[in-house]
Design a protein around this ligand. Structure first.
Ligand code: GLN
Length: 452
C-alpha cells in the first residue's frame, strides 16, 4: 500500500529520489517469514520507513540530492539504518532534500523540487523536505531526517507533522554524509508524538563508530506518553523573540494559544529570553559553511564523487587541477558552491580570527543563555518558523531571506540541545502552523511528554 501511495504521489509531490519496489518487498517478505516462523519481531516490524538521501544504505543509492553523488552506492548501511533494519522496519526508499542538506526549501535538489502536500504551489520546507512531505502525504508513517540548523523541525512544521532533533550525540551519525559535523543530528519525522517516540527508541543509543556518540543509557521514551498532567512543569515562553520583523501573526498566535493549553493542564508559564538570539543566524552561517567547506573538500573527482569527462586541453593548470576544478564546477550546485566559498573565506589565514574564532566564542555565549534559561525552567516554548510554507521560487534567489527562515531553529543546534516541532493548527489560508519545544541535553522524554 505504501509503495502504491508513493507511486501515485510522486508526479505531484516528488518526495523521493529513489524507490525500489523489489528491494522493499523483499525486505517485507523477510519480516513476514520471521513472523510466520514465530520469531521475535522488532518494534517496527513491517512498518514502511523512508530515509533521507544523506544516510548511507547498502541496497539503494545515496546521492545527497547532488549531481556530485548521483551514482554513489554505499557498500554499507548508516548506523541508524542498521538499527531500523534490526527493528524489522522496511525501508521503502530515499527522500529528496536540499543538496547536501544546505537549504530550507528543498529547491536546491538536483532531482527537482519537492512540493508541499497541503498546497503544491508551496515549498515543503527543507532540507528534509522529502522526508516531511512523504509523511504529510500519508505515503509512509515514519521517516528519518537530519537537522543541522532546523532541517527536521522546519519541514515538519511546514508540512503539519511532528519532527524531533535529538541531543547532539544521542543518535549515531556513522554513515551520515557530513554537512557541519559539530551541528548535524539524525532524527524522526512522523504524524504524532507517540510515533516519534517509537522511532527514537529504535534509533537512539551509543555507536562506537561515531566519535561524538554519547555512551549513556537511553531513556524509555514511549513510557512517558500516557499522562496528560503537566503539574510541576515550568515552561518558559520565548516571548520577545516573536516580536521581530517578518514573524507572522498566525505563528505568534499559535505559540500563545499553546501556552494557554499547557497552562490549562497544569504547567506554569513564565516569560523568558535568550539574550543572544540576534546572533544565532550570523553565528550559524559562519560555523556551518566553515565546517561544510572542510567536509566537502573530499569530493575532488578522484577519490570521491563526480569526475568530469571534459578532457579538453587546459592550458596552464595541468591535468590534475583542471580535473579537480571541472569536477567540482559540474558536480556542485549554486548553494553548495556559495557555502564552500563563504566557509573557505571564513577559515582563511587573516580572516579566521575575525570570523570563525569569533563565531566559536559567540557560540559559547549562546550555550550560556540556554544553561541560564534551563536553570529556571524545564522547557522552552516558541515558534519553529517565522512564517508558514512560502510559495515555490519566492526566496531561492535571495540567500539572506532564505537564511532568515532559520531564525528560531539554529539555537538548538549551536547549543546541542534537543527540540521538537509540533503541529499547532492552521492559519487563515489553511496552511499548517507549528510550535517548538526545547529541552536541556538528553531530556528528549520531557519533550515527548509535554508534546504528547
Ligand atoms: N536551513 C539551514 C541551512 O541551510 C539548515 C539546514 C539543515 O539543518 N540541514 O543550513
Amino acid at each position: 500500500a505504501a509503495l502504491d501511495a508513493i507511486e501515485a504521489s510522486q508526479p505531484t509531490i516528488n518526495a523521493f529520489t529513489h524507490v525500489d519496489r523489489e528491494t522493499a518487498l523483499a525486505a517485507a517478505a523477510v519480516v513476514d517469514a520471521k513472523r510466520a516462523a514465530g520469531g521475535k519481531l522488532g518494534s517496527l516490524a513491517g512498518v514502511p520507513v523512508a530515509v533521507k538521501d544523506v544516510l548511507c544504505t547498502r541496497d539503494m543509492p545515496t546521492t545527497c540530492s547532488s549531481k556530485m553523488l548521483k551514482d554513489f552506492r554505499p557498500p554499507y548501511d548508516a548506523g541508524v539504518v542498521e538499527r531500523l533494519r534490526a527493528a524489522d522496519a522496511v525501508i521503502v526508499g530515499k527522500t529528496n532534500m536540499d543538496e547536501f542538506a544546505m537549504g530550507a526549501s528543498t529547491e536546491s535538489s538536483a532531482f527537482g523540487v519537492t512540493r508541499n502536500p497541503w498546497d503544491t504551489t508551496r515549498i515543503p520546507g527543507g532540507s528534509s523536505g522529502g522526508a516531511a512531505a512523504c509523511v504529510a502525504a500519508g505515503t509512509v508513517p515514519l521517516s528519518l531526517g537530519t537537522d543541522t540548523g532546523g532541517s527536521i523541525r522546519q519541514p515538519a512544521a511546514m508540512c503539519g507533522v511532528t519532527g524531533l532533533k535529538p541531543t547532539y550525540g544521542r543518535v549515531s551519525r556513522y554513515g551520515l554524509i557530513a554537512f557541519a559535523s559539530s551541528l548535524d543530528q539524525v532524527g524522526p519525522i512522523a504524524w504524532s508524538v507517540p510515533d516519534v517516540a517509537l522511532m527514537l527508541q529504535a534509533i537512539a543509543g551509543y555507536d562506537h563508530r561515531d566519535s561524538t556518540s554519547l555512551n549513556i543509557d537511553i531513556s524509555h521514551y514511549t513510557d512517558v506518553l500516557s499522562s496528560s498532567d503537566l503539574r510541576g512543569l515550568k515552561i518558559g515562553i520565548l516571548r520577545d523573540s516573536m516580536d521581530r520583523d517578518g514573524v507572522e501573526d498566525s505563528v505568534r498566535k499559535a505559540t500563545m494559544d499553546a501556552a494557554g493549553v499547557f497552562e490549562s493542564i497544569g504547567a506554569e508559564i513564565v516569560e523568558i529570553d535568550l539574550p543572544h538570539t540576534d546572533y544565532w543566524v550570523p553565528t550559524y552561517y559562519v560555523i556551518a559553511p566553515s565546517e561544510a567547506s572542510s567536509n566537502l573538500s573530499r569530493y575532488d573527482g578522484a577519490h570521491y564523487g563526480h569526475r568530469s569527462t571534459d578532457s579538453s586541453n587546459s592550458d596552464k593548470l595541468g591535468p590534475l587541477v583542471t580535473s579537480y576544478c571541472r569536477s567540482r564546477a559540474e558536480g556542485f550546485g549554486d548553494e553548495v558552491k556559495r557555502r564552500i566559498m563563504v566557509g573557505t573565506y571564513a577559515l582563511s589565514e587573516g580572516y579566521a580570527d575575525q570570523y570563525y574564532s569569533q563565531a566559536l566564542k559567540v557560540r559559547r555565549l549562546i550555550k550560556g543563555d540556554y544553561d541560564a534559561a534551563f536553570s529556571q525552567v524545564d522547557l522552552l516554548l516558541g515558534p519553529v518558523t517565522p512564517t508558514p510554507a512560502f510559495p515555490l521560487g519566492s526566496k531561492i534567489d535571495d540567500p539572506i531571506q532564505m537564511y532568515l527562515c532559520d531564525l528560531f531553529t539554529v539555537g538548538a543546534n549551536l547549543a546541542g540541545v534537543p527540540a521538537i516541532s509540533l503541529p499547532a493548527g492552521v492559519d487563515a489560508s489553511g496552511l499548517p502552523v507549528a510550535i517548538q519545544l526545547q529541552a536541556p541535553v538528553l531530556e528528549e522524554s520531557r519533550l515527548l511528554f509535554a508534546g504528547a
